[in-house]
Design a protein around this ligand. Structure first.
Ligand code: TPP
Ligand code: MG
Length: 601
């Protein structure tokens, strides 16, 4: 979770650990290549491995069950590889640390690619294990081992992973896994892939590997700022009259959260946040530029225009946000980021190149701590400027349900429980829900890959199980339908989770785009729904939940029905279950969202 706890041991939740116990295979010394792989995962304290099985890694599968006894790591069976990776992604979004996912040779990896891309763009660590039919052609079984062997399988995902490997021996597999885990978890974080040759897995170990102290191979990396650059930043900020902090990719650590508040209050700086990434600042703090958005808001544009020094804490798309202001930027810009170390020329997710006056190549959390320590104490606690709007009240009735009704009633029904929003729909508006803790919201899918919501929510709920926080994901119906079989894994492994579907029976985001096209070309706007709406028949989402053992509620079509159904769904989750609430909302986004989405370059 925190940078400081990143390397701490994590164990499976006892209720999950009690499931799927294998018959004891007797105490056995490592005898095969894949036993070494399994033992290395255990030495790395990886608690879970989400997977969909495949013969290419039957050796590893056997080692996990019969050599390790399906514990540390414990298998989490998934119905699709995209879910397996998304679950690991969601887990990392809460803990800051990689768990493992295993996928079958080429076809399994192909299924997982979008989820890998999402994790990559989100800068989240995932330890992906894959496999290939025997690299040595004479060892291949006819047909199947041939179609499931590809030269350089890592090429499928190399452009959006931090590192990949195809070790040729158990000893090099151990080294490859250590390096992969170390790289995945070091900032900037990202997914890594280790491809295990079937022959290497299944071959007998000629002799035991010499033991190593693995901690010497995965040293903690803390990339703090150069003190001279911190001094230069303090000078710029000391002279600033209207500083603005753009709080982007930061950790879920509470002390880092408090340090950002201290920095803002010391400087009297406004602070903007963005719903693409996890909560970074209290959204009802008087210094917060409200409401946050996933796109650049009018409020943010005004704050940028009014500022004289901007500090970007690894803000996603700094160049694009500045461009959206639509005029010259007078402020001096301090950029705090390590992201440049990942940019590779294939993916454009690095975004535009921002103008920068002072670059701090360091982790944002460590930089904020250094700035707080270096700022003169007499400057402390400048008065806050803006007045916080009171929370909106939910309307009590109506049969034209909007996403706002869904959100305000959900917030009301949850009361003062600690809740983590694990996902929000594209139609969400940040003004409906305040974040007061770094785990109140863990950010979006990262790569804009629709279908990430259910799996990410299951992974986040897994990490939160037993923490006292309820995991609540709000998905669009398109997002839900693409990957709702991720929920079976949550039901099966007793992972409590509430999913509320903002069901507009449409891939509505694209209706907005078709409307825009029609207007630009002077064509009939009323055709925008064709090829977008999911009606005739409308899909019964509650039924899809129940089919997997979850509690299904709805469809809800009236505002007045929300409180009672939400109460039942929350009770089901508090009893340890998975609940899905199908809320039939009218299609439509707020004007700000629609305008920002279709903004031209
Ligand atoms: C894998 C993938 N396919 C298609 C898209 C294009 N796309 C962006 S948003 C969207 C609609 C999502 O529908 P839904 O989750 O129901 O949300 P809504 O727009 O209706 O609020 C689509 C199809 C995408 N981003 N990712
Ligand atoms: Mg929809």
């Amino acid at each position: 979770m925190a940078k400081s706890t990143r390397h701490a041991a994590q164990t499976a939740h006892p209720e999950i650990a009690a499931l799927e116990r294998p018959n004891p295979a007797g105490t056995n010394a490592p005898g095969f290549g894949s036993d070494v792989v399994a033992e290395t995962l255990r030495d790395l304290d990886i608690p879970y491995i989400a997977l969909n099985p495949g013969a290419s890694y039957r050796g590893l599968h056997d080692s996990l069950v019969n050599h390790l006894g399906n514990a540390a790591p414990q298998m989490l069976l998934c119905l699709h590889e995209e879910s397996a990776i998304a679950i690991a992604h969601g887990y990392a979004k809460v803990t800051g640390r990689a768990m493992a996912a295993a996928v079958h040779s080429n076809v399994g990896l192909m299924h997982g690619t979008m989820a890998i891309f999402n994790a990559w763009c989100d800068r989240m660590p995932v330890m992906i294990l894959g496999a290939t039919g025997p690299v040595d052609a004479v060892k291949r079984r006819p047909w199947i081992d041939w179609i499931h062997t590809a030269r350089d399988q890592g090429a499928l995902i190399r452009h959006y992973t931090k590192w990949d490997d195809q070790p040729a021996s158990p000893a090099s597999a151990r080294e490859g896994l250590l390096r992969a885990w170390w790289l995945a978890n070091s900032a900037p974080q990202g997914p890594v892939y280790v491809n295990l040759d079937a022959e290497m897995q299944e071959a007998k170990l000629p002799e035991p590997l010499p033991p190593i102290d693995i901690h010497r191979f995965i040293p903690q990396v803390a990339a703090g700022p150069d003190p001279h650059v911190v001094a230069a930043a303090v000078k710029m900020l000391g002279a600033a009259k209207h500083p603005l902090i753009l709080a982007g990719r930061v950790s879920r650590d509470l002390s880092a959260w408090n340090a950002r508040i201290a920095l803002a209050e010391t400087l009297g700086a406004r602070v903007a946040t963005n719903t693409k990434v996890g909560a970074a600042f209290p959204t009802d703090h008087p210094l917060h530029v409200s409401p946050a958005g996933s796109h650049v808001t009018e409020e943010l544009i005004a704050a940028v225009k009014a500022s004289d020094v901007i500090v970007s804490l690894d803000w996603v798309d700094l160049a694009g946000s500045l461009k959206s202001v639509g005029g010259p930027i007078n402020a001096k810009i301090i950029q705090v980021s390590l992201d440049q170390n990942l940019h590779n020329g294939w993916s454009m997710d690095h975004q535009g190149l921002p103008p920068v006056d002072l670059f701090i190549a360091a982790e944002p959390d460590l930089t904020v701590a250094a700035l707080v320590a270096a700022l003169p104490k007499e400057a402390a606690k400048k008065p806050a400027l803006s007045v916080v709007a009171p929370p909106k009240k939910a309307r009590r009735s109506g049969d034209d349900l909007a996403v706002e009704d869904l959100a305000l009633h959900l917030r009301e029904a949850l009361g003062d429980r600690d809740v983590t929003l694990t996902h929000i729909s594209l139609s969400w508006h940040a003004a409906w829900w305040h974040f007061r803790h770094p785990l109140d919201y863990i950010g979006s899918d990262g790569g804009g890959g629709v279908g990430g919501g259910p799996g990410i929510s299951v992974g986040a709920a897994l990490a939160l199980k037993g923490s006292g926080r309820m995991a609540v994901g709000v998905c669009g119906d398109g997002d839900f339908l693409m990957s709702c079989t991720a929920l079976w894994t949550a039901v099966h492994y007793r992972i409590p989770l509430l999913i509320v579907v903002a069901n507009n029976r449409s891939f509505y985001n694209d209706e907005v785009h078709q409307e825009r096209m029609a207007v630009m070309r002077n064509r009939p706007v009323e055709n925008k729904w064709i090829g977008q709406r999911m009606g005739d028949p409308e899909i019964d989402l509650a039924q899809m939940a129940r089919a997997q053992g979850a509690h299904g509620f709805g469809p809800i079509t009236k505002v007045e029905d929300l409180p009672a159904i939400y109460a039942k769904a929350i009770a089901a989750v508090e009893a340890g279950g998975v609940a899905v609430v199908d809320v039939r909302v009218k299609p439509g986004y707020g004007p700000n969202v629609a305008r920002a989405m279709t903004r031209q370059a």
